[in-house]
Structure formats: C-alpha cells, structure tokens
Design a protein around this ligand. Structure first.
Ligand SMILES: NC(=O)c1ccc[n+]([C@@H]2O[C@H](COP(=O)([O-])OP(=O)(O)OC[C@H]3O[C@@H](n4cnc5c(N)ncnc54)[C@H](OP(=O)(O)O)[C@@H]3O)[C@@H](O)[C@H]2O)c1
Length: 407
C-alpha cells in the first residue's frame, strides 16, 4: 500500500506528527488487516483519508466493516459524488501489488507480550502471523488457564524477570495488574527496551518519571491505548497542544459507566445494569475502579501530562461515584472527566449532556473528548474506547510507529 499525505512528503516521525490536519491518499491492496491498520494510523494522526481499495465493492464493504469495528466509520460515495469527506472515504480501485518491501528486509522486532487477556489475546495471533515480529515470550498469571487465544507452551512465562531475560526489543504491557505492570515497564525502560502500554493504572501514576526514565535509558514509551482504547484521544490532545496553549479538556472516558448509564436511562435497575455490564465484558468482577471514577482519574492524569506536562496525582482528581440512579442529573447523564488547565482543577462528575452532541449519543463503549485552546479553537474526537478489536488496533499502531522509526 502507498500513502500520499498531501502537504507532507515524509512519514511523520514519532515525536512530531503533523501540525495541521491534511489529507492522506492511500492505495490499498484489498480488505486485509494491514489495509485497515494503514487507514487507522492516518486517522489517529488527525488526517482525513481517501482510500482507493483494490478488489471492487466487496473489498470496500469488508474493509468498511473492519474499520467500523475499530471505531473509524467510513463513507463510500456513490459514482460521481465528491471523494473528499470528513473522516474516511473508501472507493473501489484497480488492483495493486501488496507491498511490505522495505520492512521485510529488516530483522523482526522481538516482542515480549505481558498479558494475554482481552487485549493481549487480540494481539498475539496477529503478532505470531506477521514475520515483521517475533514473539519471544508471553507473561500470564495462570499458564494452565483455558483461553480464547492459542498460547504456545514455549512462550508462556509467569515471572516478569524471565520475560525480560528473553531480550526483547519491545515490551507490550497489557496486564490488568498496575503494580506488576509498572515494575515491568520501569525495568524495561531502564534497560533500553521500548515499551508499548495500554495499562493506564500502571503509567498514570507518574508519567513524567517514566518518560524521564525512557529518555535516560534510550528507550521509547508509547501508550495510545491507555486512554480511549481505539479512539485517538492522546493524539488529539497532542495536536491541540501543537496548535497552542490548552486551557480545558472535557471527556467521556469510561465505557462501563456509559453502559450502565445507558441502561439506567432505559429504566433498568442499577444492580441489573452492573451485572449486564459484567456479562457483556465491559465491567470487571470488581467494577469499583470504573464506578468510583478511579479509571477516569488515571486517564485524566495521562491527559494532563500530554496537555501541559502537568504532574497531576491521580488522588488529586475530585471524583463522584456511580451507585445508582438516585443522585444522577435528570436527562442523558454521562460520567464527564474535566481538566481546567488555568485553575489546575481536575474532576470526574456525572452531568446531564443532552445539549452536547459530542457526548449525548455515545454508544456503550464510546469515548469522546473536546480540547479547547487559549485562542478558542476546539479539537474533538470520538471513537471506540474499549474492546478487543479497537484497543489491540491502537497497540498495533504504536508498534507500527516503533517499527517505522527502527527501519
Ligand atoms: N479491555 C479493554 O477494552 C481495554 C481498553 C483500554 C485499555 N485496557 C487496559 O489494557 C490492560 C489489559 O486489559 P484486558 O482487558 O486485556 O485485561 P484482562 O483481560 O483481565 O487480561 C489481563 C492479563 O494480564 C495477566 N496478568 C494480570 N496480572 C498478572 C500478574 N501479576 N502477572 C502476570 N500476568 C498477569 C492475566 O493473566 P491470566 O490470563 O493468566 O489471568 C491476563 O492475561 C489493562 O491495563 C486495561 O486497563 C483495556
């Protein structure tokens, strides 16, 4: 596939993606996972995408379905209609040879995967099938557990030190345990091993310190999936910051609360709604981090770092808890996370958002964010904030960014 970002001749380097929101023209060889990833990576760079897809209308339809699952909805214009729309436009085009020519000649990136649950289990088959990567080990808690993803015996590791002893180039940290994830991330960075993390509770505690550790260790730390899953919230904050001083961030960051609030609005009892969220894979067995706002607070700490190098302790975020319909504002209620960069206040509250189209009609797993800069410009984004497919895709895009720099 070929990417022709208009107004930019070279691919964006890791630290300085484009300041404007140009258009990317992609010529894709079909409806493959690679094609969807190529589109997604342009979307998260803030670009509108026009993709010409080989394989006719069927390939376009299948690619549109894959992108929808990731959280990047598409437009397929009718014949004669303009090609350039907001978001992603797909159009059928001529066959092109599938290409990974340059990358295929470099050594595979050695990947240590920490975690093989919802997110790790989505990544592992893709890593194993792609010869640009070599999986050197997979850290789990219970090596004998039945999984929905085949985990080869020789890759199973239960000791974090043994995982790093396999000498990876990159650690993909998708554990559900904050302290183990943080210790592993620190150990990797201090040894010069790059880290891609989705673990907001691990990295949200002190991202500035981890970033400094990465710099001193000569490693890179990427964590797009830690806030917003597949929705490029961190990238949007970075883009706004390149535009000018950020004064305010408002966001819906927690899918479990969305799910429960949507059910409460339909008249479901609170306990039933929590049980339904657990059954649907949104809420964990202990949903307290979601309901008490701790999950959103950790994400706010990461966004504060991105917005202004603000070292916001998670416990300094004022939090309201969701414990039932009583106490919720009337109308369409959402858990809204806010950062005020001028007063340095951070909070997670439940608010009526009926008049706010960005937040009001969010689906269960939908996340959304609005950034306001000092000159009044608004940067907004919506997407799928949770789930295997979008979250794994976001981690995959971080791995792609690492590889682009390594090549
Ligand atoms: N799921 C999402 O939609 C989503 C979205 C964005 C970010 N995230 C973040 O991504 C991370 C992974 O989420 P998930 O949904 O994939 O979690 P999960 O399904 O619960 O899987 C967690 C994995 O971590 C392993 N693990 C936990 N503690 C461990 C320990 N002390 N030592 C070794 N292995 C350990 C588990 O091992 P066993 O399999 O043996 O139990 C499991 O494989 C979390 O930090 C989460 O916040 C998730």
């Amino acid at each position: 596939m070929t990417a022709l970002p208009l107004g930019r001749a070279t691919p964006a380097p890791l630290a300085a993606p484009p300041a404007a929101e140009p258009v990317a023209l992609l010529q894709l060889s079909g409806d493959t996972a690679d094609a969807a990833s190529a589109v997604y990576r342009e979307v998260r760079r803030g670009r509108r995408v026009v993709a010409v897809v080989a394989g006719g209308d069927r390939a376009v339809r299948r690619l549109a379905e894959t992108l929808d699952a990731i959280g990047a909805p598409t437009v397929t214009p009718a014949a004669g209609e303009a090609l350039l729309h907001d978001g992603v436009t797909l159009a059928p085009g001529p066959d092109v040879a599938s290409s990974r020519p340059v990358e295929d000649r470099v050594a595979p990136l050695r990947v240590a995967l920490a975690g093989c649950g919802v997110v790790g289990g989505g990544l592992l088959p893709r890593l194993l099938a792609d010869h640009r990567f070599e999986v050197v080990g997979v850290l789990v808690r219970d090596p004998g557990k039945a999984r929905d993803t085949a985990l080869p015996r020789h890759l199973r590791v239960t000791d974090p030190a043994a995982l790093l002893a396999r000498e990876p180039d990159v650690l993909v940290e998708v554990l559900s345990d904050a302290s183990t994830g943080l210790a592993l991330t620190r150990a990797a960075l201090s040894r010069g091993i790059d880290v891609v993390s989705a673990n907001k509770q691990a990295i949200g505690g002190d991202l500035a310190a981890l970033t400094a550790l990465a710099v001193s260790g000569g490693a890179r730390l990427l964590y797009s999936a830690s806030v917003g899953g597949g929705a490029p919230l961190i990238e949007t904050v970075r883009r706004a910051r390149r535009h000018g001083e950020i004064v305010r961030i408002e966001a819906v960051l927690n899918g479990t609360c969305n799910f429960i609030l949507n059910r409460l609005a339909d008249g479901m009892a609170f306990d039933t709604a929590v049980a339904a969220a657990q059954a649907a894979g949104f809420a964990e067995a202990d949903p307290s981090a979601d309901l008490d706002g701790l999950d959103a607070a950790a994400k706010l700490a990461i966004l504060a770092h991105e917005a202004a190098d603000w070292r916001l302790p998670v416990d300094a975020v004022a939090r309201a808890a969701l414990s039932g319909a009583a106490g919720l504002p009337s109308g369409r209620a959402r858990q809204v996370a806010r950062l005020d960069l001028e007063t340095r206040r951070a909070g997670v509250t439940f608010e009526a958002v009926d008049g706010d189209p960005l937040f009001a009609d969010l689906a269960d797993e939908g996340n959304a964010l609005r950034v306001t800069t000092a000159d009044g410009r608004l940067f907004t984004v919506r997407g799928r904030g949770a789930g295997r497919v979008p979250t794994a895709e976001s981690v995959w895009a971080d791995l792609g960014d690492l590889r682009d720099v390594a090549c």
